[in-house]
Ligand binder design. Structure first.
Ligand code: KDG
Length: 317
C-alpha cells in the first residue's frame, strides 16, 4: 500500500545541448518525464511513500523509464506489454527559458489501449490519495475511460482523488478537453488548474479566485489550487481563500515545475499539514525544481523547508 498513487504516461525526453537547434543537432541527451510521474518523484523526494501506475513495453527503453522512477524513490507498478513503444518527446531549450520547443512523438504507446481491469485496482483503493491528470485522457478514448474508472474506483473507496488539468494544446482542443474532463471531474476532490487553463479550457473570466470559486461551485471540489506561474498560487479550501507568493529562483529548466508544485502540496497534505502550509511547500518545491535540469524535481525536504522559512520570502543566497 502506498500513500500516494499516480497514474499516467512517462516518456523519454530527448534534448539537444543548450543553444543547439533540434533541426541541426547531432546529439540528444536522454531524460525521463511525464506529468504524473513527475508529481510522484516530487512527493517521494519529500518523504511520501509513492507509487506510479502505468504501462510500458517490455524493452530496454521501457526499463530505462522504470529505472529513472526507481532512482527517484518512486515504486513503479507497470503493466508490461509485448506491443507498442515507449513515447518520446523532443525538447529544445528556447532562447528564453520560458519558450521551449516541444515535439511529441508518442503515438502507439501502450497506455492508450490500457483497460482498467489490466491494472491492480487494489493499489488505488488502498491509497490515501490518487492522482491523475488531463494529459492521459487526451491520449485516446480508452485512456480517458481508464482514467475515469480509476478515479471512480478511488472515490468509491473513500480515497482522496486529485486531478491536475494540465491542458496540452498539442494533444487536443480546448473544447474537446472541456467536454471530456467534465465527466472525470465529478469524481475529483482536489483540483489543480493553471490560471490560464481556467480561462481557456473552462471559459472562466476573472482572476484566480474567480476561477477557483466557479470550479468549486460547479463540481463540488473540496479544494481548488490555481497555479499562477510567477505570481505563485491560490487555493480555495471549503470557501476560504489562501494565497502564496512565488519564491524567487533562477530558472534553469521550467518543465515540470507545475508537477513539482502538485507533488509538494500533496506530500504536505499527506503528512497532515494544513492547506496554507501545503501551498507554501508546493510553490517552494516548484521554485527549486526550476533551478535544475530535467522534468523531475528531486528537491529534498531540507531545501524546501529552508526556502519556505526564508525571511525574505524566497531569495536564494
Ligand atoms: O508537466 C511536464 C510534462 O508536460 C512533461 O514532463 C511531459 O508529460 C509530459 C507531457 O505530456 O507533456
Amino acid at each position: 500500500m502506498s500513500d500516494l498513487v499516480t497514474f499516467g504516461e512517462a516518456m523519454l525526453r530527448l534534448s539537444p545541448p543548450r543553444g543547439r537547434r533540434l533541426s541541426r543537432t547531432d546529439r540528444l541527451d536522454v531524460a525521463v518525464g511525464g506529468a504524473e510521474s513527475n508529481v510522484a518523484a516530487a512527493a517521494a523526494a519529500l518523504g511520501t511513500d509513492t507509487m506510479w501506475l502505468s504501462a510500458l513495453p517490455r524493452s530496454p527503453l521501457g526499463e530505462r523509464v522504470v529505472h529513472a522512477l526507481r532512482g527517484e524513490g518512486v515504486d513503479p507498478e507497470v503493466v508490461r506489454t509485448d506491443e507498442g513503444r515507449v513515447g518520446t518527446y523532443y525538447f529544445e531549450h528556447g532562447s528564453a527559458p520560458r519558450d521551449p520547443t516541444v515535439v511529441y512523438d508518442r503515438a502507439g504507446t501502450p497506455i492508450r489501449s490500457l483497460e482498467p481491469t489490466e491494472l491492480p485496482q487494489s493499489v488505488v483503493r488502498t491509497a490515501e490519495t490518487f492522482l491523475a491528470s488531463g494529459i492521459t485522457p487526451a491520449l485516446s478514448d480508452q485512456a480517458a475511460e481508464t482514467t475515469e474508472t480509476l478515479l471512480a474506483v478511488a472515490a468509491e473507496a473513500g480515497v482522496t482523488t486529485a486531478f491536475d488539468v494540465n491542458y496540452r494544446s498539442k494533444l487536443w482542443s480546448e473544447r474537446e478537453a472541456e467536454r471530456t474532463l467534465a465527466g472525470l471531474l465529478e469524481h475529483v476532490d482536489v483540483l489543480f488548474v493553471a490560471e490560464r487553463d481556467g480561462r481557456r479550457v473552462f471559459g472562466i473570466e476573472g482572476d484566480a479566485e474567480d476561477i477557483a470559486r466557479q470550479l468549486a461551485g460547479a463540481y463540488g471540489f473540496e479544494q481548488v489550487v490555481v497555479t499562477r506561474g510567477e505570481a505563485g498560487a491560490l487555493a480555495v479550501d471549503d470557501g476560504a481563500v489562501h494565497e502564496q507568493a512565488a519564491f524567487e529562483t533562477d530558472t534553469v529548466d521550467p518543465v515540470g515545475s507545475g508537477d513539482a508544485l502538485v507533488g509538494g502540496y500533496l506530500a504536505r497534505r499527506l503528512a497532515g499539514e494544513d492547506v496554507p502550509d501545503a501551498l507554501a511547500w508546493g510553490v517552494a518545491t516548484a521554485a527549486l525544481k526550476r533551478t535544475t535540469e530535467g522534468d523531475m524535481a528531486s528537491v529534498p525536504a531540507e531545501a524546501v523547508r529552508s526556502l519556505v522559512s526564508s525571511e525574505d520570502g524566497g531569495g536564494i543566497d
